[in-house]
Ligand binder design. Structure first.
Ligand SMILES: [Cu+2]
Length: 305
């Protein structure tokens, strides 16, 4: 059902463009635990909080590194004989929902041997077709290879669910995969406008860089609070920031984060990324970072030429 998109989507990202000052719109998004946001979910098992807003200014950072760049756009449920399978085609709106899935290998059997990547064997993301509702979850696996992702309440609409993993044996050993499936959350759809530019928790996230489609390009994210550079970022999944991006229109997936290894609770204020976004258009970026034991998620829109 992913192809029948809510009419809302169009306007949602319309603001992205820009000029010399850079292409960056923004909006804050919240988390499951702070309750006050219009974003449906944002759970990462730690104590999320909120945050953000964004601005941009032109200038290049240092050539950033790229730690983890997954090839492809994640829009297929299968690749190289590996397949994301699930019997869950619909989920219920408005309450926590368990999504069960498995990854089958070239032999058709569920894979149970996964390598740890960024401290987890499975990274799972949910995004609604209008690029709202981002969730980043770490599901648990039963002995038979069935994974359960406990999703926070979903709003009515079409959702795409991504599984990011690396088999630790078999033909795909060591290769990073991102596969996805869609689910429908039936009901009367309500539109969820992205939050206006605002500071949440006082954090401001600015992005510098003008990525071009299909080319690796440096991008720097700066985190400030109260106008002052933030220098107390804590390690989160082995980095100081986790960045997930989805493409407007098809929700194509990209995941990138700094190569800088987290080393103590003193990250920031600048975080460098190697942006390699495969297609032009608007990308919705979700930057997750942690301070004082709280996970913050900033959402902003980047226009890629
Ligand atoms: Cu993860």
């Amino acid at each position: 059902m992913f192809t029948s998109r809510p009419t809302v989507r169009r306007r949602v990202l319309a603001a992205a463009g820009t000029a010399a000052a850079l292409a960056l719109a923004l909006a804050a998004c919240g988390s499951s635990n702070d309750g006050g946001s219009s974003m449906p979910g944002m759970d990462h098992g730690s104590k999320p909080s909120a945050s953000s807003s964004a601005k941009a200014s032109p200038s290049m950072g240092d050539m950033p590194g790229m730690d983890h760049m997954v090839a492809g756009n994640g829009l297929s449920d299968s690749k190289d004989g590996y397949r994301l399978t699930s019997e869950d085609a619909t989920l219920t709106a408005g309450k926590q929902a368990a999504y069960r899935f498995a990854v089958t290998g070239p032999n058709g059997k569920p894979v149970t041997d996964f390598a740890v990547d960024q401290t987890k064997r499975m990274h799972f993301y949910a995004i609604r077709s209008d690029l709202t509702g981002f969730q980043h979850i770490h599901p648990t696996m039963a002995a038979d290879g069935t994974w359960t992702a406990d999703l926070d309440a979903l709003t009515v609409g079409s959702w795409r669910l991504f599984a990011s993993f690396t088999p630790d044996s078999g033909a795909g050993k060591g290769n990073g995969f991102v596969l996805s499936r869609t689910v429908t959350v039936p009901g009367t759809e309500t539109t969820t406008p992205l939050p206006a530019a605002a500071e949440v928790d006082g954090y401001t996230v600015a992005v510098k860089g003008e990525p071009m489609a299909g080319m690796a390009h440096p991008m720097t994210v700066t985190v400030a609070k109260g106008g002052k550079p933030v220098t107390d970022l804590q390690p989160y999944l082995d980095t100081y920031a986790h960045l997930t991006a989805f493409h407007e229109g098809d929700t194509a997936f990209a995941h990138l984060h700094p190569t800088t290894k987290a080393n103590g609770d003193h990250g920031g204020p600048e975080l460098s990324f190697n942006a390699e976004l495969p297609t032009a258009g608007n990308w919705r970026l979700f930057l997750q970072f942690q301070t004082g034991g709280k996970l913050h998620t900033a959402a902003l829109t980047l226009k890629v030429g």
